[in-house]
Design a protein. Sequence first.
Length: 310
Amino acid sequence: MKKSTKKTLLSLLLALTLTVSLTACGSGKDGDGNTIKIAYLPITHSLAVLEEAKELEQQTGLKVEPVKYGSWPELLDALNSGNVDGASVLIELAMKSKQEGIGIKAVALGHRDGNVIVVSNDINTAADLKGKTFAIPHRQSSHNILLNDALATAGLTIDDVNVTELAPTEMPSALASGQINGYCVAEPFGAMGVSLGAGKVLFSSEELWENSLCCGLVLTDKFINDRPDDAKYFVEQYKQAGNALDKEKAKEIAKEYLNQSDEVLDTSLQWISYNDLDITEDTYNTLVEKVKSYGLSDNPPDYNDFVKNF
Ligand code: ZN
């Protein structure tokens, strides 16, 4: 092969590689710029964004494309690398990303309340948890905070229990088999443990922490800066979708996306609501105090740096 031909082939190859990688890494938006990609996990805590996607489907213009992930770490990778425009995510995980320099803003709550502490049938009070094994999905979660709050009602701390991190889907069977004595995790996995007969509800989130926060809807700074009008419209529509999400509608959406039985969903959806999803400074500051006092983080982001109200 002649040197010049070789050179041409090489540059062609290089150009091709560049095109492929540019297309592949994308910015989270599709070719026509009308779609917003939002990462979610198949849990009841993400139903507001799924409801919004459904509502906007009927209209022309902006579309929401829900992108499903199997675990929080996978979802965070997508969010932190800009492969999606936003996510419905545990707010503590988003705070940690923000703290680590990722350009994101929390623009609304994912839901209100909606968590329970599930324990095996032989446990009747928080004091009974002493020396027992308790599962949470992630250290950076309201489930960790709720466990700390529950223990505090009996004068105990996190050092009095064995805390283990488990995948949400494994928790109901781990409780049934006696591998763990209790857990707290995004729904409907608490309801699943109850409906299996593996355990019972010891506390609901509102009994431990009034106006508790859990998941947040976050958007990347890039998306907010590149498409400010779309971002504003998206957040407005999201809050409206949340306000419209009554138990019946929530169940309809959950059945479509979550693949759970009626019994599990009926139990789970009693505990959660989606109306009024603004993140107020007061509720955020309570979260910040808990994050600091329970040792999740020493330096969580300030309200004004992290929360954006449209
Ligand atoms: Zn949540």
